[in-house]
Design a protein around this ligand. Structure first.
Ligand SMILES: [Fe+2]
Ligand SMILES: [Fe+2]
Length: 326
């Protein structure tokens, strides 16, 4: 894979710094905001972290859709808390991204202009209440697998954000699994609703881990620099291995006729992902891509008065502080 940051283009001083940097992260060392880092490391982290922050925020939309229709007060409170947590995750990771010297406004503008990516999973619709169960169980479950790895990432602010976020994601996953378990023990119609949600969300959840290793241009570099510790396919396999027994335990069937346990490797083999669907959604043509971006733009416009008020308040406080200091 061609790399823009070739060593031949570096000054002798930077070449030495790069060598020291790679030795440091190679030993599992952390990189902090004021440390020297290769420009490409900084850029890759901005790309990954901002995509992650956008995903947390856009991810509130499909579930927010069900807050008013949750079937009981308990479910409503839990879902409300979960969606609110996702907003917190977004803010946390935007703050982390800012430590790399980028402005949050710039990141948000890139999202609203359709230039920045977020997780494709949120471009699928939530058609029934069971979808809220499937999302918590599968989507937050897949996020935990990915984020547990990122909690060991070489960039300190990102790793530390992940530790806290993962604790909340575990609660998200459990509330989703509990919804699915309850529905599958319910009436035949409720069980069918849970199975239908699982059928629709299973494959998009597997796609959350990104392209296969043979088609993932950034992976090798991210692994070399300790940002990622495992490849997309390794993480996907771990998620499948964890989820198969969970589906069995609540009497639901994963929609994959090729799913088979391999006694030798001790892993579950699974069928081929529909990569055409994957790329269609990544390129902006999934079922809800346009709707999601429109909703974010509307929310941003509707929030203009809050930003203006916060700025006016900050200016007033600054004026007040200066007056008291003088
Ligand atoms: Fe989250
Ligand atoms: Fe979550």
């Amino acid at each position: 894979m061609p790399q823009k940051n070739t060593e031949s283009a570096l000054s002798p001083e930077d070449a030495a710094r790069l060598e020291a940097f790679e030795a440091h992260v190679g030993k599992g060392g952390y990189v902090e905001p004021k440390d020297w880092m290769p420009e490409r490391y900084r850029k890759q982290l901005i790309r990954m972290m901002s995509q992650h922050a956008h995903s947390e925020v856009v991810g509130m939309l499909p579930e927010g859709n069900w807050i008013t229709r949750a079937p009981s007060l308990r479910r409503k409170m839990v879902l409300l808390a979960k969606v609110q947590d996702e907003a917190g995750h977004g803010l946390y990771i935007y703050c982390g991204t800012e430590t790399l010297g980028v402005d949050r406004e710039e990141l948000v503008e890139a999202l609203l202009a359709g230039k920045a990516k977020y997780s494709s999973i949120f471009n699928y619709p939530t058609l029934t209440w069971a979808d809220i169960g499937a999302i918590g169980w599968l989507v937050d479950g897949a996020a935990i697998v990915n984020q547990t790895m990122l909690a060991k990432a070489s960039y300190g602010p990102y790793a530390r954000a992940m530790i806290r976020i993962c604790k909340e994601e575990n609660f998200h996953k459990r509330q989703g699994y509990e919804i699915m378990a309850t529905l599958s023990k319910g009436t035949p119609a409720q069980k069918a609703m849970a199975q239908d949600a699982l059928d629709r969300w299973w494959w998009p959840s597997l796609m959350m881990f990104g392209p296969s290793d043979t088609n993932s241009p950034n992976s090798a570099e991210l692994i070399k620099w300790g940002v990622k510790k495992k490849t997309n396919d390794e993480l996907r396999q771990r998620f499948v291995d964890l989820t198969v027994p969970q589906a069995e335990a609540i009497g639901l069937t994963l929609p994959d006729p090729d799913l088979r346990y391999d006694e030798e490797t001790k892993h579950w083999n699974f069928g081929e992902i529909d990569w055409d669907e994957f790329w269609t959604v990544v390129k902006g043509n999934g079922p809800c891509n346009k709707e999601r971006l429109e909703a974010r733009r509307r929310a941003h416009d509707d929030g203009a008065w809050v930003r203006a008020a916060a700025e006016a308040y900050a200016a007033k406080r600054n004026g007040h502080n200066r007056a008291t200091a003088a």
